[in-house]
Design a protein around this ligand. Sequence first.
Ligand code: FRU
Length: 520
Amino acid sequence: MVEAVSLTPIGRERFRPSIHYTAEQNWLNDPNGLLYYKGLYHLFYQYNPRGNVWGNMSWGHASSPDLVNWTERPVAIEGDVNEEIFSGSIVVDAGNTSGFGRAGTVPLVAVYTSAFTEQSAFPGVQAQSLAYSLDEGATWAKYEGNPVLNRHSRDFRDPKVFRYEGLSERYWVMVAVEAEDRTVVLYRSDDLREWSFLSSFGPANATGGVWECPDLFPLAVDGDPDRLKWVLIVNLNPGGIAGGSGGQYFVGNFDGTTFTSESTIPKDSEGSGGGQEECNWLDWGRDYYAAVSFSGVPGDKPIMIAWMNNWDYGNDIPTHPWKSAMSLPREVSLITVRGVPRLLQRAIAVVPDPDEVTLAIDHKTVDEGAESLPEECWGSVLHIEAALTPGTAREIGLIVRGGRGEGTFIGYDVETGSVFVDRRHSGDVDFHPDFASKERAPADLTGGKIRLRIYVDHSSVEVFAQDGLVTITDQIFPEPSSREIAIYATHGSGAIDSLRIYNLERTTTPPTAAQNGPHA
Ligand code: FRU
């Protein structure tokens, strides 16, 4: 629980999400140390304990039994005069390979980046360090032998560590980045303290910004355990498909030493890569960054969470006394699309109760123009499932968070063959010159239809199109009174094949300062 909570005037809390995690107060960025352990999901994150903009980097902490109801807990690992605590991961050291365990207690070991300050013993260096917890993540002690892996680099960061189970050997593997070099570096260790170099990967595909927050995990293609592939996640900033921060993934193999990509776009004779559109993007919106997966989750599908913000304007979004939310948790799988394995994403956790459906429409013509839907289904926290046929229309879609001259457009554009989120008139867009934007993701119609699953919250929309083959995540800052929903078509008429709207406001409790943490 947070120790001190200021009572904030509710008006200033108006953008506080209901179904996305925010810290009670202050700035947060990347999810760190995502871990499922003994029945609890742990979300650590880049956190400024003393301000509402980036700085004083430490690891904040929240935990949840269900990925929906989060309890904020005391700051886990704090920065000091020598180091800021940058991103990293946590492993359960069940075999006590690190020796941090005492009297049979299994240590949780955090591997984080020490961003050493100029007055430290390693001025300006970024190196990897350890902290451990002997009380299931509640309190943490830094290892006195830090840093454990130092390349004397200013941009070596964001270690993700996992247990590699080879045919004859088991060891820890660290995936980190040399950010400026657009390179992922891999190391191995038996005890988490001593690391030896394995290999590197990159630059490849999208290289328009520094590479950050990598992840590497196996997945069965089409659920077939005999067709295992490895997915390498590489976040980059700037250079994302929608501008600024974004994430890409590579699919290939990992033999315990080297990751070999099967999704690298060949360079042409001039040495430049293929089009940006051809890269595998984790999300096509502006606000899905630093995505990484949980360790220790039972089952074979990784769950990922991202920071729902963008370094282009992250410090300037109009929220107070908190800044930035996490995305909804997403379960990911690999499916074959036109002969190639692609990531499929599904928001889990927030599952609507069929009894909460506020609007159900099947087979209805959508004439050119916009038609407001019945007021009972309007709202600020919504789950929407739609199957739409563009028909003769050029564009068909929904307007959410509509009101007094504003609205967020989510739809399908037949001419470009893409799903889009247009937030140019979504509300407050003037706080930063780069914020107003329209995002597109290429999507083929199936049977002439576009299927959309949309999560609307007080200050965001997350769109999963064609069952999660492409996603668009965008923040929006509308008036609280903008709750209208409309359906529209341009240049012709289309149809609603089916539409279901669930109002999640009724099933979730709005946060209050007194509630002290869980925002769902
Ligand atoms: C990504 C990032 C990481 C770094 C952290 C610092 O958003 O820049 O590379 O560890 O944020 O807060």
